[in-house]
Ligand binder design. Structure first.
Ligand SMILES: [Zn+2]
Length: 138
């Protein structure tokens, strides 16, 4: 009788130890997965941000070159929108900053006399890397 109860206590303890080991394992795995996510997500987010900035700059370069050509051919200032450039066949399509929702337009203008062309992202205040490099502006 005594022996039996001892055995059952040992079994019970062993069972609880096993339970706590498997619980420990589960917690470790979950913690590991959470840690991986914490490490990876911001990096992925940054890569997305960088890609969007690069796309935005590509858009602005295209617009810049369209305005440049517009002024060369027409010998006049450009004061319009991307839609005006599309209508006059200097752009194939209009562009929007990939960070924005629909409808945010690039600010653009060109001064024929000085040759100065301005193309600005509407989100420049928020994303300072959405800026044409000085090398293209000269
Ligand atoms: Zn932008």
């Amino acid at each position: 009788m005594m022996y039996n109860s001892m055995e059952s206590i040992e079994k019970k303890e062993l069972g609880e130890t096993m339970k706590s080991i498997s619980l420990y394992k589960i917690i470790s795995v979950v913690a590991f997965v959470v840690l991986i996510f914490i490490l990876i997500i911001p990096q992925k987010f940054n890569i997305n941000k960088k890609q969007k900035a690069e796309e935005c700059i590509r858009n602005m370069k295209t617009i810049y070159e369209a305005i440049e050509l517009y002024m060369q051919e027409r010998e006049e200032d450009f004061n319009g929108t991307a839609q005006d450039l599309v209508r006059t066949n200097y752009l194939k399509k209009t562009f929007e900053c990939p960070e924005s929702g629909v409808g945010d337009k690039y600010k653009m203008s060109g001064d024929y006399e000085s040759g100065e062309i301005v193309v600005e992202c509407p989100h420049y205040e928020e994303f300072h890397d959405h800026k044409l490099p000085d090398s293209i502006i000269e």
